[in-house]
Design a protein around this ligand. Sequence first.
Ligand SMILES: [Zn+2]
Length: 74
Amino acid sequence: MSESEDNRIERDFFARDPEEQQAFLTQTWCDHCQAADLGMTDPIEYELKKTVFIEGRCCGCGEPVVTELTDENF
Ligand SMILES: [Zn+2]
């Protein structure tokens, strides 16, 4: 039970530039569909261990999809 290992910082996806939001919502990879760019709905954004995650649901199958952003493209 280590809090420091798992302290997720909520971020505001909708504070991003609209064009950027659109790009994140369309440029996805779904493990379930094994296909790229199906798109996602219901995005949430958070930071964990120096990585930003944008998590939503695949437009193709409804399974969760996650996009990871490294430091370079925050
Ligand atoms: Zn899918």
